[in-house]
Design a protein around this ligand. Sequence first.
Ligand code: 6GU
Length: 240
Amino acid sequence: MGALCDKTTSTPGVVLVFWYNTAMKLQIITLFPEMFKGVLGNSMLWKAQDREIVSYEFINLRDFGLGPRKQVDDTPYGGGDGMLLKPEPVVAAIEQAKQNDPDARVLLPTPRGKTYKQSDAKRLAAGQQGLIIVCPRYEGYDERITEWVDESFSIGNYVLTGGELPAMIVIDSVVRLLPGVLGGETSTEIESFQADDQTIEFPQYTRPEDFRGHKVPRVLLSGHHAEIQAWRAKKQKPLN
Ligand code: 6GU
């Protein structure tokens, strides 16, 4: 990821900021890379890659399937419904990703993981580490793959069909925190990008002042900075 390396004041009042362009590498192991195209190919997640702040790389789990049918799943020992991801293809895919980026952190989205929080997004964005996200499918995975995983996470108390949507949520929450992704930062804001990010967690309004009889709270029109701050503090919803 980008690292601040130099600041030069050439003209009084003008600060130039130079960056090393070493993109944070995000490798995604999935049977369904197409699912990501719309999300990573638009808006800020696309711009982040275009600006070489991140790189997205897909590893298709099917390429590591066993036998002529490229099998990646099998029935659970002990019985039960559905199929599980076999360990061999998953671990082979992780090993390939590790070859590309030996220091990368391996993440596993699973409803059995610890709930993912904003503090996790900040921690992952702040590190220099690339991420390898393994997206399970079917009814789960052979538990032995967790020996190759650094961190499991859940995104809430409901069950999804696979790890792709949770992976995209983590990517979105991390990439938006990387320096240079959101527009209009001052260098101070860039340097303090890890600071508490709760500032938009209060209600906001824009024009018109009166929309179909629903008015903007008067305090926001008052111009009294302290009163506005107090109102926002009162209305703020904590993230964690
Ligand atoms: Cl990370 N995966 C799946 N399959 N379901 C979930 C989840 C993850 N988090 C909440 N539900």
